[in-house]
Design a protein around this ligand. Structure first.
Ligand SMILES: [Zn+2]
Length: 625
């Protein structure tokens, strides 16, 4: 599916040009640029097969400068179209002899950026684009030293998914085109660069680092981190990176990393990316984790000291199969990435920690899915509860909801129940093998499913209802957790009769998910006095566990429990993870008093957040710079 953007006259639309271009300015020519799957690129005519990045990182100017060299497969066309957003293009050459060429930058859309149209020969297979990033390069998060643990060195990381790679590298930014890449990166003295590629484990004096990624990936998975970062090996092909002061704690928290890789391989086949490392980034990182191949990016909010949030790492590891190995062809098929990953994550957790733990994780996710689904339906967004989405003309980030993740996973769990685990595992393993290093659409998946599972075992299944209709079909499997029921009983008695929680209950002898179930049992409202008595016994507000704190804060805001304010303020100024920030700010925005308090904090905290988070919070608070 695509929509057409008509560029009326090229001469009116040149927003940047070089000297060559001015000399050769051709008469106005009508051009039609196709937008397909959130990209302007003409990959059907000419597509990148490999890119080489040669860049320098300048922390003073907050700028990357250099050249990206695209090796391309050209069917014999006269123009190559790339996606760019917030980039300053300096010059473009073609061929290995670097013949300078002309180019045009089309009109910029607020969501997609602009097409960069490069004039080439029908025989051209190399395009070199010299460029610099700008303040509008929203993939990049430049952190001042104060925002790091050591407070001594600056830090930089990138976030490419969904369509932000075009804000730091001119690319054909479409998930269906897989490329290999290599890079040379120059960083200031004392810092190291890491990428979603073969990585160094030690700094060098020259500050020059070289990278290769030999397995073809969609370009949203190109990623980089630069800072004062150290490495520790965990197992045979696993390790962790973080700021030196946190490294020991990170290694302890993720001590099971090698076991996770082994468990995942035993389920769905060989890990095909050689090494698997995790880097823990500073607090501003907007997500729990990002599955950049070979090097998962993770939030420090996972470091709780009790390994209770390692399912996020199981999730990112699972993406090494679902998402990175087998990729959604378009962002409308995003559930193919995330639904499979949530399913697979839960299987890894079950294998390592048992069914009781895996079921608790599923129940928590199920509760979130219920809330999201009814909210969407009530807000007139029922179409967004379909697994297969229609995100044309919208930001693909709009599809990153519990629907793709949890409805997708429950679809697969329900299929598993219908087919039996053994048959389903065989099916999934061959699915990953059949489509490895490829992309596919929802419809490709449905025909593979029909042929290799449903028809094969004569199973009647309402696949179309799950994928193309709203809400969650009635045949979904249900999961319960006896441990949740026990702790919810205490919550119920406290709320209804004021019965205190038994003294032998401590925060430490229950896992994070049990506390979430406990808090959710109050259904958004509790007498502030009762909240205070819980805090006196369990200190949920100051627990240091971001999952627990954020839900406790939201309950406290709705209940008018003011004791949380100090901890909440510190939390909002430290943590940049969108999942936690959005519900807190949304709850605060509901009353005028709370909202003006929130705006004061946001004014100060905003520069600590990545654009992914501040974009969302700007909307929630109606904030304008
Ligand atoms: Zn994911």
């Amino acid at each position: 599916m695509y929509r057409l953007l008509i560029l009326l006259f090229a001469s009116q639309l040149i927003t940047s040009c070089n000297s060559v271009e001015k000399q050769n300015e051709s008469p106005s020519t009508a051009m039609t640029i196709k937008v397909s799957d959130h990209s302007y690129s003409n990959v059907d005519e000419i597509n990148t097969t490999h890119l080489h990045l040669d860049i320098a990182v300048d922390f003073d100017k907050k700028e990357l400068t250099g050249v990206v060299r695209h090796t391309m497969n050209n069917t014999g066309v006269h123009r190559a179209i790339f996606d760019v957003y917030g980039l300053s293009i300096q010059k473009i050459t073609i061929g290995t002899d670097e013949k300078e060429t002309t180019y045009t930058i089309g009109e910029e859309s607020p969501t997609l950026g602009a097409p960069l149209i490069v004039d080439i020969e029908p025989t051209t297979t190399v395009v070199n684009i010299y460029y610099a990033t700008t303040d509008a390069s929203s993939a990049l998060d430049w952190l001042a030293p104060e925002l790091t643990l050591s407070k001594e060195h600056p830090f930089l990381y990138t976030q490419g998914q969904a369509i932000l790679t075009r804000t730091w590298i001119p690319t054909q930014d479409i998930p269906s085109n897989r490329i290999t890449y290599s890079a040379d990166v120059q960083v200031p003295n004392g810092l190291i660069a890491l990428m979603s590629a073969k990585n160094p484990t030690e700094k060098n004096d020259a500050g020059t680092y070289s990278f290769t990624m030999d397995q073809p990936i969609p370009c949203y998975l190109i990623a980089m981190a630069v800072g004062d970062i150290a490495y520790q090996k965990i197992g045979e092909n696993t390790g962790v990176y973080s700021e030196p002061a946190l490294l020991e704690e990170v290694a302890d928290e993720f001590a099971d990393l090698q076991k996770m890789v082994d468990a995942a391989e035993s389920l769905y086949g060989e890990y095909l990316w050689e090494t698997y490392d995790v880097i823990v980034l500073p607090y501003s990182f907007p997500f729990g984790g990002m599955e950049n191949p070979r090097l998962t990016f993770a939030t420090p909010t996972l470091i709780t000291g009790d390994r209770s949030l390692v399912s996020v790492i199981a999730h990112e590891l699972a993406h090494s199969w679902s998402g990175n190995l087998v990729t959604n062809a378009t962002w409308n098929d995003f559930w193919l990435n995330e639904g499979f990953t949530v399913y697979f994550e839960n299987r890894i957790m079950e294998k390592l920690y048992g069914k009781e733990v895996a079921d608790m994780l599923s129940v928590i996710e199920w509760q979130e899915l219920q809330a999201t689904t009814s909210e969407m339906i009530n807000n007139g967004q029922a179409h967004d509860t379909h697994l297969k989405l229609d995100l044309d003309d919208r930001n693909p980030d709009d599809g990153m909801t519990d629907i793709a993740y949890v409805k997708g996973a429950f679809f697969l769990k329900t299929l598993e129940a219908a087919a039996g685990r053994e048959n389903f595992d065989t099916f999934l393993k061959s699915y990953f093998d059949t489509y490895k290093f490829q992309t596919l659409t929802t419809e490709d998946f449905i025909s593979y499913l029909d042929k290799n599972l449903l028809n094969k075992f004569n199973i009647e299944f309402n696949t179309a209802e799950w994928i193309y209709e709203e809400g969650v079909p009635e045949n979904h499997i249900s999961i319960s957790s006896p441990r949740f029921e026990a702790i919810q009983q205490y919550a119920k008695q406290l709320k209804e009769n004021g019965t205190p929680i038994p003294n032998d209950i401590t925060r430490e002898n229950h896992i994070t998910q049990e506390w979430l179930a406990f808090i959710r049992n109050f259904e958004g409202q509790l007498d502030p006095e009762k909240m205070r008595s819980i805090d006196e016994q369990l200190n949920l507000k100051g627990s240091g566990n971001a999952e627990i704190m954020s839900e406790w804060f939201v309950l406290g805001i709705h209940s008018g429990y003011l004791d949380i304010r100090e901890d909440m303020e510190a939390f909002l100024k430290k943590v940049g993870r969108r999942k936690f920030l959005a519900p807190i700010y949304a709850a605060l925005a509901k009353t005028e008093d709370n909202k003006s308090w929130a705006l004061e904090i946001y004014e100060e905290a905003r520069s600590n957040y990545h654009a992914v988070s501040s974009g969302t919070i700007d909307e929630i608070l109606g904030y304008e710079e």
